[in-house]
Write a protein of this length. Structure first.
Length: 412
C-alpha cells in the first residue's frame, strides 16, 4: 500500500461517510509528520490551532489538576483524533498530548480547516461532528470527576459543588452558542449586490442565539442571479452547522447549473450524504433571475410562498409546490416562472414571519403581511424591509420570538 493510499484509508476510518473526493482533498492539504517518543504535541494551558489524526503509534493524554497532580486521561491510537477544539476555539488546551513511541500523525491547522470549510462541506461537517464529540467527551469526564470529589463531602457541600458544576456547564454552553452565532453570522453576506434595475435587501433575527435560517444573492454569470432563502428545521449549534453545509452546497451547485430544480436536487443529494440523522431537513426557495428579461425561474421546497406586489394589481402569492430537502431519498421539484416588471416588489420569507405572536399568543398571519407589503409597495428594498419589520415589531411587542424571522426583498 503506497503512502497516499494509506493516508486515505486512515482518513476514511476517521471521517466515515465522507465522499472520496473530499477525503482526497483533505489528504492533499494535511501534513504528515513522524515524531520520536516523548514529544509533546499539545500543551495544556496554551492556545494552539492544530487537529491531529494518528496514522500509527500511540499518544498519552494527561492533565494537571488544580492540586498540581498529573492525571492520565487515556491514550490515543491509530485512526483516532485529538486537538479538534483548537480549530474553532481560542481557549487554552485542556490537556497535554505526548507521544509514547514513534508516532506518525496527519496535521490539519486552522488555515487548512477554513479552506476545507469553504470548498468541501462534507469533510467540514464531519470535522465539526468530531469537534462536538470531543467536546462532549471532555464535559462527561469533567462531570464524572466532579461527582467523585463530591461523594466524599457532606450533603450541603455536595449540593454547592453540583450547583457550581451546573454554572460551569451553562457558561461553556453559552460560549459554544456565542461561537456558533459568530460562525453563522460570518457565513451570511455582509451586503447584498446591486444590479442595474434590481435592488435587494434582507433581515434576519434568530429566535435563539443561533438559528437555522440563511439567505444569499449571488451573480451566477453576466446575466443571471441566484437567490436563495432556506430554513433548517432545527435550532442551536446543530442547526448552525447544518446551515453552513447547506449554504455551501447551494453556492457550489449554483455555479454548475442555471436550472433551479437541478441545483436544489443536487443540494438535496449532498445533504443526504452528510446528514448523520433522519430528523433534520431544510425548506428552501431557490430562484434564478435573468436580469435582461426579468424572468425569475424558481423552485419552492416546502418554503413559504413568496409574495409579489405589482402596482395596479396588488399582492399575490407565487405558485409552486415541492417537498423539503435532505430527508427522503426520492424527491421531485417542479420549476415555475414569473416575469418581474418595473415597480414590482417580491418578498421571500421564512415561516417565522407569519408565525410571530403577540403577548396574547395571536399570530401575525398572512393577512397582516399582505397589508404591510401592499402599504409599502412603493418603497425601496431596504425601506420595505424596515417597513415590514417595524409592523411585525408593533404586533409582537415584547413577546418572545417563536421562530427565526428572515426576510428577503427584491425590488425592480
Amino acid at each position: 500500500m503506497n503512502r497516499s493510499t494509506a493516508q486515505t484509508v486512515v482518513l476514511k476510518s476517521v471521517f466515515s461517510g465522507v465522499d472520496q473526493e473530499s477525503l482526497d482533498a483533505l489528504r492533499a492539504v494535511a501534513r504528515k509528520v513522524t515524531y520520536p517518543p516523548h514529544t509533546v504535541l499539545t500543551h495544556q494551558g496554551q492556545i494552539e490551532h492544530t487537529l491531529y489524526v494518528v496514522v500509527k503509534g500511540r499518544v498519552a493524554v494527561t492533565q494537571i489538576l488544580e492540586d498540581g497532580v498529573e492525571r492520565l486521561l487515556g491514550f490515543v491510537g491509530a485512526n483516532k483524533t485529538f486537538g479538534e477544539m483548537g480549530l474553532i476555539d481560542d481557549a487554552p488546551r485542556m490537556a497535554t498530548c505526548t507521544t509514547v513511541m514513534e508516532t506518525t500523525v496527519l496535521e490539519v491547522d486552522e488555515i487548512v480547516f477554513d479552506a476545507v470549510l469553504k470548498k468541501s462541506p462534507a469533510i467540514a461537517y464531519a470535522m465539526l461532528r468530531k469537534i462536538l464529540e470531543s467536546s462532549r467527551t471532555i464535559d462527561r469526564a469533567a462531570i464524572q470527576e466532579l461527582n467523585e470529589k463530591n461523594a466524599s463531602l457532606q450533603k450541603a457541600y455536595r449540593e454547592l459543588q453540583e450547583a457550581q458544576a451546573k454554572l460551569v456547564e451553562n457558561e461553556r454552553f453559552q460560549k459554544e452558542m456565542e461561537l456558533a452565532a459568530h460562525v453563522q453570522q460570518s457565513l451570511l453576506p455582509a451586503s447584498l449586490p446591486i444590479f442595474p434595475g434590481y435592488h435587494f435587501a434582507a433581515y434576519i433575527e434568530p429566535a435563539r442565539q443561533v438559528g437555522g435560517d440563511f439567505y444569499d444573492v449571488t451573480a451566477l454569470d453576466d446575466e443571471h442571479v441566484g437567490i436563495v432563502l432556506a430554513d433548517v428545521a432545527d435550532k442551536g449549534f446543530h442547526a448552525a452547522l447544518f446551515m453552513a453545509v447547506s449554504r455551501t452546497l447551494f453556492l457550489q451547485e449554483g455555479k454548475h447549473a442555471l436550472s433551479p430544480a437541478a441545483v436544489a436536487l443536487a443540494v438535496h443529494r449532498g445533504m443526504m450524504e452528510v446528514s448523520a440523522t433522519d430528523d433534520i431537513f431544510v425548506t428552501a426557495f431557490y430562484g434564478v433571475l435573468h436580469r435582461p428579461s426579468g424572468r425569475l425561474t424558481y423552485v419552492r421546497a416546502a418554503q413559504e410562498r413568496p409574495l409579489l406586489y405589482r402596482p395596479g394589481v396588488g399582492v399575490q402569492a407565487l405558485p409552486a409546490d415541492g417537498r423539503f430537502l435532505g430527508m427522503f431519498p426520492e424527491l421531485t421539484l417542479v420549476e415555475d416562472t414569473v416575469y418581474l416588471q418595473p415597480g414590482d416588489r417580491l418578498i421571500i420569507f421564512s415561516d417565522g414571519v407569519p408565525d410571530a405572536v403577540n403577548p396574547e399568543q395571536q399570530r401575525y398571519g398572512y393577512e397582516r403581511l399582505h397589508a404591510a407589503l401592499s402599504s409599502g409597495g412603493s418603497l425601496s428594498a431596504p425601506a420595505l424591509v424596515n417597513h415590514i419589520v417595524e409592523d411585525l415589531d408593533r404586533w409582537s411587542l415584547d413577546a418572545a420570538p417563536f421562530d427565526d424571522v428572515t426576510l428577503l426583498v427584491v425590488a425592480v
